[in-house]
Design a protein around this ligand. Structure first.
Ligand SMILES: Cc1ncc(COP(=O)(O)O)c(C=O)c1O
Length: 358
């Protein structure tokens, strides 16, 4: 019950144990095509350029930024936690002039602050985290998208933690580039990052004046492995992980997106109803709370390290500690994908009641 990886379904683990086939085997290419289609369905997009980076979420982040930014471009990066900060760091390494729009940790980015930062500017892109795993904030994106496009910029979104646990509507929200990760609400093994680019983002990629500075993440090359009439070798894909992701996506669609989102909300509510009487306090206002990542302040007398160790040693339950300024002060309790169950919530609450003696 940490901030990911979540528990994988036994069928996903079995898929991972399938005998290996070649990364250009026609059967594997068919699986890749099905993965792309299921990623499109779960991200609610028709984007042609939708595929999976053979590396974790941070590589998806880097893929979006290195392919869209060229030295000297302006990039407006929204920072309301650890992962916005990481995006700002990467954008700077791409040679972009980075303008940061910040919100206090535990709060979403205020669209008015973005509007103010964009006034008089024509940045190449605005980047923002949809589900900030370090703070438990769900960032509403509709207004952010409207403001970004009015300024003529592309919208880049981090959906590592929200994907498959809360709605991510790429086309309806006019998101131009988005990346996620396999290990959170999809409940597949870590190490893969789905990425999608809108036609507007593909145009920006096609109109680059300079080469993408990363060879491995250069979409002008990788896309020929994931699509097109002549599929060509680019790198040796992690075949077993892709097979596991295929099965995890199939299970998501079998459950149904709406059912899955409801399950995440209901288990979050069950956890909240049990934690608050024990003295835990949610740090995020109710309308911005992530259902899959519950950030709570510890009650007086509950020592972070001691209680987390006891939970692990005595009850076999892992919860995440706070990052940055929140280290030692909060817990991050994950209810992601397969780990989002009433059974998990009740086991944690029983353990806490025993430890706190209530
Ligand atoms: C919001 C967010 N973005 C990016 C990442 C980076 O993903 P990874 O650790 O898979 O590289 C994480 C990981 O926890 C995350 O929570």
């Amino acid at each position: 019950m940490g901030p990911g990886p979540s528990d994988a379904h036994p069928k996903v683990l079995l898929a991972m144990a399938t005998p290996l086939i070649g990364h250009l085997d026609p059967e594997f290419l068919r699986i890749m095509d099905e993965v792309k289609e299921m990623v499109r369905l779960t991200l609610q997009t028709k984007n042609e350029l939708t595929f999976v980076v053979s590396a974790p979420g941070s590589a998806g982040m880097e893929t979006c930024l290195v392919n869209l930014l060229e030295p000297g471009d302006e990039a407006v990066i929204c920072v309301h936690g650890v992962f916005g900060n990481r995006m700002a760091d990467i954008a700077g390494r791409c040679g972009a002039n980075v303008i940061r729009v910040e919100a206090p940790w535990g709060k979403p980015i205020d669209p008015a602050a973005l509007e103010e930062a964009l006034s008089g500017r024509r940045p190449k892109l605005v980047a923002i985290v949809h589900a900030e795993t370090s703070t438990g904030v769900l960032q509403p994106l509709e207004r952010i998208s409207e403001i970004t496009h009015r300024a003529g910029a592309l919208l880049v979104v981090d959906a590592v933690t929200s994907w498959c646990g809360a709605p991510v509507k790429v086309d309806e929200w006019e998101i131009d580039a988005l990346y996620s990760g396999s290990q959170k609400c999809l409940s597949a093994p870590p190490g893969l990052s789905p990425v999608t680019f809108s036609p507007r983002a593909v145009k920006a990629l096609d109109e680059r004046k300079t080469k993408v500075q990363s060879w491995f993440l250069d979409l002008t090359q990788v896309r020929h492995y994931w699509s097109g009439s002549k599929r060509a070798y680019h790198h040796t894909a992690p075949v077993s992980s892709v097979l596991a992701m295929h099965e995890a996506l199939r299970l998501v669609l079998e459950e149904g997106l709406e059912n899955r989102f409801r399950r995440h909300r209901e288990n979050h509510e069950l956890l909240r109803a049990g934690l608050e009487p024990l003295g835990f306090e949610f740090i995020v206002e109710p309308q911005y709370r992530l259902p899959m990542l519950n950030a709570v302040k510890l009650p007086a007398g509950v020592d972070d390290a001691e209680y987390r160790k006891r939970l692990l040693d005595e009850f076999n339950i892992e919860v995440g500690g706070g990052l940055g300024d929140f280290a030692g002060k909060i817990w991050r309790i994950g209810l992601m994908g397969n780990s989002s169950s009433a059974n998990h919530v009740n086991m944690l609450l029983d353990a806490l009641r025993t430890m706190i003696n209530k």
